[in-house]
Structure formats: structure tokens, C-alpha cells
Design a protein around this ligand. Structure first.
Ligand code: FE
Ligand code: FE
Ligand code: MG
Length: 167
């Protein structure tokens, strides 16, 4: 990256790159979990939920894009071997083996909550040290917060529907 751009970073660039690689690996796993879940999903409200899962998949892929750009700017090369995704990711990949709507929603809510914590940690680590990465983490965090809320409100609608139907 540009020499002045690197000079203004007040922290160890290798440590920074490690955090960004971990987030990058997580985004690919999140993308895949959403992408496949949207295809396998079964049960009430499946079309509405599938639309949201698909949208989130594209947004996770965009997060991977944003992270890759910053990693490369910092002199890294992102994660060249996808086999490392599982080791690097701070969040668990949850296979959509049970396609029931509520199960997929719970799995993805857990993923979002892990992502929120991970971007909060990146923000804490880069605050006053690397404004560019801090701002990037904030941009992504805002979307992860939105994702969690979207899924929790779909879960709430689903529960209301199921409990009313059983009255
Ligand atoms: Fe994401
Ligand atoms: Fe997300
Ligand atoms: Mg959404």
C-alpha cells in the first residue's frame, strides 16, 4: 500500500491482517450458510424468509469484497486456500441439514451475533489506531446489526403465526 497510508497505522499491521483474514473467512462461511439455506428451506413463511436469506447472502459476499480490498491494500493476500476458512473463522459454520424455517433462522441469528461481536472487537482494536479499518468495520457492523434484527423479527412473526394457528 502507499507509504504514507501505512505510516498512519498506529498498530502492528500483521496483527491487523490476522483479524481481517479471520473476518474474511467468516464472511465466506456466512455467505454459503445463507445461500444454501435459502435453497433448502421448508415450512411456513419460507418464501419471505428465503428472500431475506438470499439478500443477506449477497451482503455477506459484499463484506468479503470490502475486507479483501483492505487486506490487499495493507499488503496481505487474503485467504488463498479455502480449507483454512474453518480454522480462521471466529464463528461456527452451521450446516443447514434441518431445513425447517425456525432452525435456519436460529442458526443464522447465532452467526450474526458472532459477527457482531467480531466486528466490535475489530473496532475496539483499531479505534484511534487505524481509522480506515475502523470505518470499514463500522460499515459492516451496521449491516450485521440489521441482519440480526431482520432475522429475529422474522422469527417473531413465525412464532406468532404458529401460536395463533394452534389456538
Ligand atoms: Fe457479514
Ligand atoms: Fe450478516
Ligand atoms: Mg436484511
Amino acid at each position: 500500500m502507499g507509504t504514507r497510508g501505512r505510516e498512519i497505522i498506529g498498530m502492528n499491521v500483521d496483527e491487523l491482517l490476522k483479524m481481517l483474514d479471520e473476518a474474511f473467512a467468516s464472511e465466506w462461511l456466512a455467505y454459503y450458510q445463507y445461500w444454501l439455506g435459502a435453497k433448502l428451506i421448508k415450512g411456513p413463511m419460507k418464501d419471505a424468509v428465503a428472500a431475506e436469506l438470499n439478500l443477506h447472502a449477497t451482503e455477506e459476499l459484499n463484506h468479503a469484497n470490502l475486507l479483501a480490498a483492505r487486506i490487499i491494500q495493507l499488503g496481505g493476500n487474503a485467504v488463498t486456500d479455502p480449507r483454512r476458512w474453518f480454522d480462521l473463522s471466529p464463528c461456527t459454520y452451521e450446516s443447514p441439514d434441518d431445513p425447517y424455517v425456525a432452525v435456519l433462522l436460529d442458526q443464522n441469528i447465532a452467526g450474526e451475533q458472532c459477527a457482531i461481536s467480531a466486528y466490535k472487537r475489530i473496532m475496539d482494536a483499531t479505534k484511534d489506531k487505524d481509522m480506515v479499518t475502523y470505518n470499514l468495520a463500522l460499515t459492516i457492523l451496521e449491516q450485521e446489526v440489521e441482519h440480526e434484527e431482520d432475522l429475529q423479527s422474522l422469527k417473531e412473526d413465525l412464532e406468532l403465526m404458529v401460536s395463533r394457528a394452534n389456538r
